[in-house]
Design a protein around this ligand. Structure first.
Ligand code: ATP
Ligand code: 4MY
Ligand code: MG
Length: 339
C-alpha cells in the first residue's frame, strides 16, 4: 500500500513515551507514509527498505563519544546503512547532530552568524579545561566572561549529567567548576525565557519560566539541574524574582527577530529539528541565545505531527540531498511562518 513510502523512526524510550503514536501514525498515513519504529538491536537491512529516517540519536552518539562500545557499534551500523543507501532522507544528518552535542562548538557556530546585526548575541563564553584556577582566570578574562557566569557541562545531551549546572558568583569559588565545561556569562532577563521550536521552514515559540536576576557577589555557588527550571510546569525557587525586580518592565518578543534567529540557526546548523532558547536582556532589550537543542520536546507546538510531515515531504520533494538544500539561499522571512 505504501510502497517505499516508509518512515523509520528511532528515539530513546523516555522520548518515545511522550509520543502519541496512534495520532502520529495516522498523520503519516494521511500523507501516504507508513511509520514504523526501527529496532537498532536487529539487522537494519531486514527492516528496510525505507525512504526516511527520523531519529533522536543524541544519547547514543554521546555515549559512543565517551567510549561506550555498544553505542559505538550501534552508531557505526546506522552510519554504514545510511552510506550504502544515500537516497534515504535523514532527519537530521548525524554529523550535523554531532556538532550540537558540544556546547562550546554550538556557541561558536552561533557566534559566527550575522545575527549580531539584528541585536542578537550569544553571551560571552569559554571552555574550562583544567582545575588550575589561575589558568581558568586567564581563559575567562580573555573571553570577557564576567561574574556571575553559568557553568555548563561541555556535553550538552545524552545523560543526566549534561544538565547539571552551576552559577558561579566570584573567583573564590572557581574550584566548583568541574571540567570539561563551558562558562557562559549570566544574562539578567527577569526569569522569562522563549523557546523557539523549529520544524523545517516552520517555527513556533512559547514562553517558559527561567532563572531570576543575579549579580556578582561573595555568595556561594548555586548548583541546579536545568531540567527543573524551564519546563512548561517548572516551579523552581530560583525563578522567583527579588522584590525590587518585579518593577522591571517586560519586553514582548518580536516575532520577526525570533523568525530571523530560527532561519539563521537552521542554516548554520544544517538541521530541520531544532529548539533554541532565547532570553531578552533587561534594559538593553537585546536577544541572547543561551542554548540550542536537537529534536526538542515541542511541548505546545500546535499540530506538531502535521508540521513534521510537511517538513519530511518538503525534503523528499526537493529531490536534492540535505547538504545542498541547506546551502541554498533563502529569504528568511518568506520561509518562516509566524505563530
Ligand atoms: N547565559 C545564561 N544567562 C541566564 N540564564 C541562563 C543562561 N544559560 C542558561 N540559563 C538558564 O538556565 C536554564 C538551563 O540552561 P540550558 O538551556 O543551557 O540547559 P540545558 O541543560 O541545555 O537545557 P535543555 O536541554 O533542557 O534546554 C535555562 O533554561 C535558563 O533558565
Ligand atoms: O523533556 P522534553 O520533552 O520537554 O524535551 C527535552 C528533551 O528531552 P527529550 O529528548 O526526552 O524530548 C531534551 O533532550 P536531551 O537533552 O535530554 O537529549 C532537550 O532537548 C530539552 O531541551 C527538551 O526540552 P524543551 O527544550 O523541549 O523544553
Ligand atoms: Mg535549554
Amino acid at each position: 500500500m505504501f510502497g517505499n513510502k516508509r518512515i523509520a523512526c528511532w528515539m530513546s524510550e523516555k522520548k518515545s513515551q511522550k509520543v502519541k503514536w496512534a495520532e502520529f501514525e495516522q498523520v503519516c498515513s494521511n500523507y501516504g507514509y507508513e511509520l514504523f519504529k526501527l529496532d537498532l538491536e536487529k539487522d537494519i537491512e531486514n527492516q528496510g527498505p525505507f525512504s526516511v529516517f527520523l531519529h533522536k540519536l543524541t544519547d547514543i552518539i554521546a555515549l559512543a563519544n565517551q567510549g561506550d562500545a555498544k553505542s559505538k557499534n550501534t552508531i557505526n551500523l546506522v552510519e554504514n546503512y545510511i552510506s550504502t543507501h544515500p537516497e534515504i532522507i535523514v532527519i537530521d544528518p548525524i554529523p550535523n547532530v554531532r556538532q550540537l552535542l558540544d556546547r562550546y562548538k554550538a556557541y561558536s557556530i552561533i557566534h559566527a552568524t550575522d545575527l549580531h546585526k539584528h541585536g542578537v548575541f550569544t553571551p560571552n563564553f569559554c571552555e574550562i579545561t583544567t582545575s588550575n584556577n589561575q589558568k581558568t582566570v586567564e581563559e575567562l578574562n580573555a573571553a570577557c566572561v564576567t561574574y556571575p557566569f553559568i557553568c555548563k557541562p561541555s556535553l550538552g545531551h545524552g545523560s543526566k549529567k549534561a544538565h547539571e549546572m552551576l552559577i558561579v558568583f566570584n573567583e573564590g569559588n572557581l574550584r566548583d567548576c568541574k571540567p570539561p565545561c563551558v562558562a557562559q556569562a549570566f544574562i539578567n532577563h527577569n526569569a522569562i525565557l522563549y523557546k523557539i521550536f523549529i520544524v523545517g521552514d516552520q517555527y513556533y515559540f512559547v514562553e517558559r519560566p527561567s532563572l531570576k536576576n543575579f549579580h556578582a557577589s561573595d555568595q556561594k555557588t548555586i548548583f541546579f539541574d536545568s531540567s527543573d527550571v524551564s519546563k512548561a510546569d517548572s516551579q523552581s525557587s530560583l525563578s522567583v524574582l527579588d522584590l525590587e525586580d518585579e518593577q522591571i518592565p517586560k519586553t514582548r518578543p518580536d516575532p520577526i527577530i525570533l523568525g530571523k534567529i530560527a532561519c539563521t540557526l537552521r542554516k548554520a546548523f544544517k538541521m530541520d529539528l531544532l529548539g533554541v532558547d532565547v532570553v531578552i536582556e533587561n534594559f538593553t532589550g537585546k536577544y541572547a541565545i543561551i542554548d540550542v537543542n536537537a529534536y526538542p520536546g515541542y511541548d505546545g507546538f500546535p499540530n506538531f505531527y502535521h508540521a513534521l510531515l510537511k517538513c519530511i515531504v518538503d525534503q523528499v520533494n526537493s529531490g536534492i540531498n540535505t547538504e545542498r538544500k541547506h546551502n541554498l539561499k533563502v529569504d528568511c522571512l518568506n520561509i518562516i511562518k509566524t505563530n
